[in-house]
Design a protein around this ligand. Structure first.
Ligand code: C2E
Ligand code: CA
Ligand code: CA
Length: 654
């Protein structure tokens, strides 16, 4: 609070104005003091001169008196000369006093002058009488002169007394005035000193404020406003410095490019404010997962980077990447909503596979796309990835044309009742017969389709062709219920149930012949909208299945409220069930959970008979996986189905 007051603009202005006034007052006081001293000195000088003149008058009178006494005593006419000389000697001083003295002096000089005039006349008459030899007359005149002298002395003594008093009074008054001026000067000096000190404090405060503002501007120029992480500029600067250090020390450094996997749909459906908060959580997690010497940066959107100086080997970098994955895999709670984003990490090393900062970033970017494409989590840059990257670009730009030209092919993977081994349906899995790149798996184009919005036309395409196939099998005497994977965005499109209904009608298939597989994250992204769409699909009579169950952590709460019929346990649990006890435990608890909610459970990724038996022991309902069959083109699937019917007993008995 005090520092705010010090740094306030009004405080600075007030302090400076006060100091200016204070200094001006001090200067005025000094000037006044010097003027009044000068005035006092002049006045004292005048008083001195006047006193001096009166002194001289007294002296002249004394000299005349002594000369008269000597003259009378000697009785010789010669001694009359000094008397004659002394008579009138004070006239000059008295005239000066009349002309230059103060009023009182002028008045006194007039009175004294009259008496002195009489006295000098008598002196001259005494000497004249003496000179004429009339001793008696001389004595008489001398006596008269003595009498006049008494009055004259009295008058003079009064004047001298008065002069002394006047000087003393004046000196006292001057002393008092001086004392007052001194006090005023001391007070003004103390106030000014205080103001100077305050000015100093205010100046220091302002200096601090300016330095703080400069530091803040520099921080803003180098950091991301939302997360407070380094921005691209600072990352580039730090990468340059790390490269210089690496050149000196010979220790390789690493760079991560991190892209969030499920950010776009969350941001699109839950709103940007929610997305912003999610990014802030991600920033905190990232910072917590790396060392203090590492620089975490946000490059924009949901793209982050981590600079790892002196990480030395790609293997070390992978350990850090693993920590980052674990940090981001944990669900984030925002406003009671639990979401998990996950990420793809591209790793590039300097100087191992990049020659400068620019290339390092580019290679990390290529590696990140490779990781995303192949759902690897992390991928380390290697020269071959560049071509893949280019191929990927073509893939995305070609995808729309592929949908329009019917280049997508559908494969069918059977599902069987776990106890009886009877085939109870097939999952439709999409592939792309690319004119140049050959047959591409869904991992090469589905993530891109999800990101670019092409997933909606793609889903319509798959539904359309799969239902057409269903109809054909039905016409051939075989009813195979089908499961179609539905992209997240379809669940947020309110027209999607109508599209499904129209396609069912068009291909004359009953709704219960169709199961739609949806992922947890698609629901989480916008539970309300997804809930509405799912409800309407359920009303249509379509079956709903939660795919890849167990890979997100957030949906169990929603699962209870969702109108779904089936749960598919992700193949990452089933394929590892035998070797990894935690996978087995998760499978068991997921099964328990699903059955409590009265859902049918499909275990996908079942590759061998042992897993099949283990799942049967746990009470699983349906299996899907290589131990039945790989996904097959429609005609091969029909052959497989026919052979299977002939030989249904090949299903292992639990
Ligand atoms: P998914 O829905 O989990 O599909 C199952 C995937 O597991 C398929 O991979 C299948 O070939 C594979 N699989 C089946 N049995 C086994 C097994 O025993 N072991 C192992 N290791 N794998 C097995 P596929 O065909 O490469 O599809 C990958 C993913 O692509 C699918 O995962 C699905 O998420 C997506 N996808 C495929 N077709 C479509 C589609 O038409 N629309 C949408 N939206 N996604 C699709
Ligand atoms: Ca699926
Ligand atoms: Ca699945």
């Amino acid at each position: 609070m005090l520092s705010n007051w010090i740094e306030a603009r009004t405080t600075a202005r007030t302090t400076v104005i006060s100091l200016t006034i204070g200094l001006a007052a001090l200067a005025g006081l000094a000037l006044w003091t010097s003027l009044s001293m000068q005035r006092a000195a002049i006045h004292l000088h005048e008083l001195n001169e006047i006193s001096d003149r009166w002194g001289r008058v007294v002296q002249n009178v004394d000299v005349a008196d002594h000369a008269l006494v000597d003259y009378l005593r000697s009785g010789t006419p010669v001694m009359g000369q000094p008397v004659a000389n002394a008579a009138g000697a004070a006239g000059e001083s008295l005239r000066w006093l009349r002309e230059h003295g103060a009023n009182a002096d002028v008045r006194a000089a007039v009175i004294v002058g009259d008496l002195y005039g009489d006295y000098t006349t008598l002196l001259r008459e005494t000497v004249a009488a003496g000179d004429s030899g009339d001793g008696t007359a001389a004595r008489q005149k001398a006596d008269q002169a003595e009498l006049t002298l008494v009055s004259l002395r009295k008058q003079l003594s009064t004047v001298v007394q008065l002069k002394r008093l006047e000087t003393t009074d004046y000196l006292r008054a001057a002393e008092r005035q001086n004392g007052r001026l001194r006090l005023a000067a001391v007070v003004a000096f103390v106030i000014d000193l205080g103001l100077v000190a305050l000015c100093g404090v205010v100046l220091l405060g302002h200096r601090r404020k300016i330095l703080r503002q400069a530091a803040k501007s520099e921080h803003e120029a180098m950091h991301d406003a939302l997360t407070g992480l380094a921005n691209r500029t600072l990352l580039t600067q730090r990468t340059g410095q790390a490269i210089e250090r690496s050149n000196r020390s010979g220790e390789p450094l690493g760079l991560f490019l991190i892209d969030l996997n499920r950010f776009k749909p969350i941001n699109d459906t839950l709103g940007h404010a929610f997305g912003d908060r999610l990014l802030q959580h991600v920033a905190n997690r990232l910072t917590g997962a790396v060392r203090d010497v590492d620089t975490v940066a946000r490059l924009g959107g949901d793209e982050f980077a981590v600079l790892l100086p002196s990480v030395r080997t790609a293997a070390n970098a992978l350990i850090v990447a693993d920590r980052v994955h674990r940090a981001l895999e944990e669900a984030v709670d925002i406003d009671g909503l639990s979401v998990d984003v996950g990420c793809s990490i591209g790793v590039a090393m300097y100087p191992t596979d990049s020659s400068d900062a620019h290339e390092l970033l580019k290679h990390a970017d290529i590696a990140m796309y490779a990781a995303k494409r192949a759902r690897l989590g992390t991928s380390v840059y290697e020269p071959g990835l560049d071509q893949h990257g280019e191929a990927q670009l073509t893939v995305i730009s070609d995808l729309r044309r592929a949908i329009d030209h019917g280049e997508l092919v559908l494969h069918y993977q059977p599902k069987a009742d776990l106890r009886s081994g009877t085939v109870c349906g097939a999952e439709v899995l999409c592939r792309w017969q690319h004119p140049r790149l050959g047959l591409l798996g869904p991992d090469r184009f589905i993530p891109a389709a999800e990101e670019t919005g092409l997933i909606e036309p793609l889903t319509r395409y798959v539904l359309d062709h799969a239902l057409a196939q269903c109809r054909e099998w039905h016409a051939g005497g075989r009813d195979v219920p089908i499961s179609v994977n539905v992209g997240a965005q379809c669940l947020h499109d309110p027209t999607f149930p109508d599209q499904v209904s129209r396609l069912l009608k068009e291909h004359d298939r009953p709704a219960e012949a169709l199961t739609l597989e949806i992922t947890e994250s698609a629901i989480i992204a916008d539970p309300h909208r997804a809930g509405d769409v799912l409800e309407r699909l359920r009303e249509l009579g379509v079956r709903l299945s939660i795919d890849d169950f167990g890979t997100g952590y957030s949906s169990i709460a929603y699962l209870r409220t969702m109108p779904v019929h089936e749960m598919k346990i992700d193949r990452s649990f089933t394929t590892n069930m035998r070797s990894d006890s935690s996978s087995a435990a998760i499978t068991r608890s997921l099964l328990g959970l699903a059955h409590n909610l009265e859902l049918e459970v499909v275990a996908e990724g079942v590759e061998d008979e042992e897993t099949w038996s283990a799942l049967a022991a746990l009470g699983c309902d349906i299996v899907q996986g290589y131990c039945l069959s790989k996904p097959l083109p429609a005609d091969e699937f029909a052959v497989w189905l026919r052979d299977r019917r002939l030989d249904e007993l090949t299903a292992p008995t639990p």
